[in-house]
Design a protein. Structure first.
Length: 296
């Protein structure tokens, strides 16, 4: 049984799609199909059944193979690490991380990590809230971070590192900036500008708005926090961002915090990984450096 076929199988099983697995693994879809066909021929059983026009689901045999296949892939990674212990650590880590964390928390940690592991490759990708569980389970991402109030899922471990205060900010000439304390209903008619890939905490605000039966007419999404800040500084709407991301603009006076009647909105920085998965030493070392710098 080829281990790289098991890796492909795990991706298809987790993502529920041959085409998505091919996309994230950089394969042609025909290659993914060949890997699965090879496994089914060897095991003499079907591993997938159709679950829609473009989706697949595991058969009972596929569910069993996923459990044992994960153990085999974990063991492969452990063997490689143990055999190569006498040489300088190598390999790569793929990490899903919000832009705020990359900019304001990560650089000093990376400096220490590189000094200790100069031959390890690191890949950081913007975090997409709804894709993160599948990517961790499929092994596409080794570790993930979110800025939100809470995150729980049966097959994942979530560790809270520290609180992240959020700020609702706007440009100084905005009518709401000059008033006394306001409530969320006064946002009606105002565009809310939010990050597209840093925005799990925006869902917290959307939940509050829903509970108070407040519907925003416009929500604009940008791929860059810097672009959001420039749009607001130039007189467009309001945004919600971690306080650390707007600290310098608030100090300079180019942005102002809106005086909410509600208590301050605070999220948490969460570190997330797959439960019962063997963690290579370089990943454990990276996680420990994160805890040293960011955990309270």
């Amino acid at each position: 049984m080829e281990l790289h076929h098991l890796t492909t199988f795990r991706a298809v099983a987790t993502l529920g799609s041959f085409s998505l697995a091919a996309e994230v693994m950089g394969y042609a879809q025909s290659t993914v199909s060949e890997h699965i066909k090879s496994l089914e021929t060897e095991l003499q059983t079907r591993l997938f059944k159709r679950a829609g026009s473009k989706r697949v689901a595991l058969t009972p045999a596929g569910e069993l193979l996923l459990k044992y296949g994960q153990k085999m892939l974990n063991l492969e990674a452990e063997i490689k690490t143990e055999v190569n212990k006498q040489t300088e650590a190598q390999g790569s880590l793929s990490i899903r991380i919000p832009e705020t964390v990359s900019i304001h928390y990560l650089p000093p940690i990376l400096k220490r990590f590189r000094a200790r592991f100069p031959k390890v490759n690191l890949g950081f990708m913007n975090c997409v809230y709804f894709d993160l569980p599948d990517e961790l389970k499929a092994g596409i991402a080794d570790l993930g971070f979110l800025i939100t109030d809470a995150f729980q899922m049966a097959d994942l471990v979530t560790e809270t590192l520290h609180p992240v205060p959020l700020a609702m900010v706007t440009y100084p000439a905005h009518p709401l900036a000059a008033g006394s304390r306001i409530d969320l209903s006064q946002l009606k008619g105002e565009p809310l500008i939010v990050p597209a890939n840093d925005c799990s905490y925006v869902q917290m605000l959307e939940r509050v708005l829903t509970e108070q039966k407040i519907k925003l007419p416009q929500v604009w999404r940008f791929n860059s926090i810097g672009a959001i800040k420039q749009a607001v500084i130039n007189g467009i709407g309001v945004t919600i961002l971690p306080e650390i991301a707007v600290k310098s603009e608030l100090t300079a006076g180019s942005l102002v915090a809106l005086p909410w009647k509600e208590k301050g909105i605070t999220a948490n920085l969460l570190m997330i990984w797959q439960k019962n998965k063997w963690l290579p030493p370089i990943l454990q070392a990276f996680m420990e450096m994160i805890r040293e710098d960011l955990a309270l």
